[in-house]
Design a protein around this ligand. Sequence first.
Ligand SMILES: NC(=O)c1ccc[n+]([C@@H]2O[C@H](COP(=O)([O-])OP(=O)(O)OC[C@H]3O[C@@H](n4cnc5c(N)ncnc54)[C@H](O)[C@@H]3O)[C@@H](O)[C@H]2O)c1
Length: 294
Amino acid sequence: MKILKAGIIGCGAFARAQHLPNCRENPNLQVVWACDIDIDKAQAVCQDFSIPNATDNPEKIFQDETVEVVILATSHHAHLELTAQAAAAGKHIMCEKPMALKLDDALEIVRIVQRHKIKFCVDHNRRCAPAMKALKKSWLDFRRNPQHQPWRFYEMERDQFRDEQNPVFLVRIQDESSSHRVIHKDPVYGGGAIIGESTHWYDLISWFFENDEPVNIQAWGSCIFNHGVNIEFRSGALGTLLFNTGGTFDYPKELYEITWNGALFRNECFLENQIYGIPGLEHSYYPLQHDVKH
Ligand SMILES: NC(=O)c1ccc[n+]([C@@H]2O[C@H](COP(=O)([O-])OP(=O)(O)OC[C@H]3O[C@@H](n4cnc5c(N)ncnc54)[C@H](O)[C@@H]3O)[C@@H](O)[C@H]2O)c1
């Protein structure tokens, strides 16, 4: 099988913790360039992950004709410029979230990707979790063919209200503030948590409500830590995110609940799916995932 050659730009904490160990474990991928504006960081990951070339100049990667894909793991503000350069050189791109800090920049990235006909992926990893894929499948199966518990209470004397046809997706994140670094709070480089962090959950809710589109979004609270976001979709479906960092990693960080038509689809931090209101569906459990095999 062909080995895909990649370059990584941004050799900070997440590149070290996730991208580079994952790439090292993938027999179909070889990282041949590591780039960081801080050359010491690029050289250090080259040493630690056996990458042949270090640079502080991304052009070196774009000019290397053997490189097909570029991983953008810089701080967020650099995505647009690096995407423009990489795409112009015909490289496919795996871009860290958030894709951009401003709507105009995000739209410009979409135009660049379309113009150069490259593949572009944003690392919204929640939708890739096996538990989430399974939960979505159960939800879509039920949406197409609702099966209720035999004991379900039916109000027979009225037509359904419109609200009863619309699903509601609740996301509750209890995070630990000590895990957040200052750079992600910086309004220029980090965009704050509402953009920089919660993009994961806008993506997840939109992925569940496929073929729908958000028409009304309201956020409240602080873009540093604690905030909430309401999303109303064209169909009338609702998404609500409650994000706080006053919690503890002693308890599962993420909780997801989708309710509709007498059923509840619940996921606890990608480890456990619980489905209520549907006959025959058991709870299911998913192993704690290490991206990298040890
Ligand atoms: N998908 C996820 O679940 C997830 C989790 C954590 C972080 N992230 C994302 O990963 C990205 C990096 O986060 P981090 O925690 O590693 O930050 P970090 O600050 O540790 O690393 C960023 C690195 O990029 C370098 N850099 C900045 N601008 C550059 C440029 N123009 N060219 C080359 N290098 C440049 C910096 O010197 C630094 O070494 C962020 O966008 C963050 O949102 C994603």
